[in-house]
Ligand binder design. Structure first.
Ligand code: ADP
Ligand code: MG
Ligand code: MG
Length: 254
């Protein structure tokens, strides 16, 4: 059973105004098969955490560690992280003009598995996975994310998740901007991946409504670059009270 362990993680970025310290000591341990919700207000550093796990070069690790079964994730290249079983569903998926979805998926699968998937089986697998996510088969020949609606982009992220079969997935606000139908479809995909592959999930979200469909084992409230509070009852409390309590009450952050 795999474990992803984040210890005292401190991350900054360089901006025109100088160094900005974003993550200020994040501790988080996720075992395979667990679902952890990380909930926090805008600007608290949730995407920075997601990008740092994935290895975005802009984010500079000032201290702490990320390990996967004791292996130093921070020492790995981005593609080595993906091969090691880490996956990021981005908050704002990028368009890749000139690259068709079907080629993108096959190339990603080949890179991660170290060998090309068998042609016949793979085509059927992709078709079925797209059906499950209610994606029209025409998406296979369209360029990645080009002209996709917000909901279609998020479905395409979950399509990758289901096909690439990582051990751990970081889902960065996969719920934001989705209508209720799309939210259900996307959540079903996440739950399928969780059930069929014992996926470990870091579910980053601003809102509580996705937690009606995806049930976390742990809830962490993220404020100002660190985990301010943890506990299963917090999601309900946030639904009622929002984040004001954390933002106004300095003691909660101490
Ligand atoms: P969240 O995902 O919780 O909304 P982010 O991690 O996106 O938070 O951002 C945390 C803080 O870091 C914000 O104040 C944001 O403006 C700043 N930040 C993040 N990335 C950049 C960047 N590339 N350039 C400038 N500021 C950034
Ligand atoms: Mg579980
Ligand atoms: Mg974000």
């Amino acid at each position: 059973m795999s474990t992803l362990e984040i210890k005292d993680l401190k991350v900054s970025i360089e901006t025109d105004q100088g160094t900005k310290h974003i993550l200020k000591g994040v501790d988080l341990t996720i075992r395979q098969g667990e679902i952890h919700a990380v909930m926090g207000p805008n600007g608290s550093g949730k995407s920075t955490l997601a990008y740092t796990i994935a290895g975005h070069p802009r984010y500079k690790v000032e201290g702490g560690s990320i390990t996967l079964d004791g292996q130093d994730v921070l020492a790995m290249t981005v593609d080595a992280r993906a091969r090691a079983g880490l996956f990021l569903a981005m908050q704002y998926p990028v368009e890749i003009p000139g690259v068709a979805v079907s080629n993108f998926l096959r190339t990603a699968k080949t890179a991660i598995d170290g060998e090309a998937p068998a042609i016949r089986g793979w085509a059927g697998t992709v078709t079925q996975a797209m059906k499950n996510l209610r994606m029209d088969s025409s998406f296979a020949s369209r360029n990645v994310n080009e002209g996709f609606s917000g909901g279609e982009k998020k479905r395409h992220e979950i399509l990758q998740l289901e096909l690439l079969k990582p051990s751990f997935a970081v889902l960065d606000e996969t719920d934001s901007g989705l209508d209720v139908d799309a939210l259900k479809i996307v959540s079903e995909g996440v739950n399928r991946a969780h059930e069929t592959t014992n996926l470990g999930i870091l579910l980053i979200t601003h809102y509580t409504r996705i937690l009606r469909y995806i049930h976390p084992d742990f809830v962490h409230v993220f404020v100002d670059g660190r985990v301010a509070e943890e506990g299963p009852e917090l999601a309900e409390r946030l639904e009622d009270e929002g984040y004001d309590r954390y933002l106004n009450d300095g003691a909660a952050l101490a």
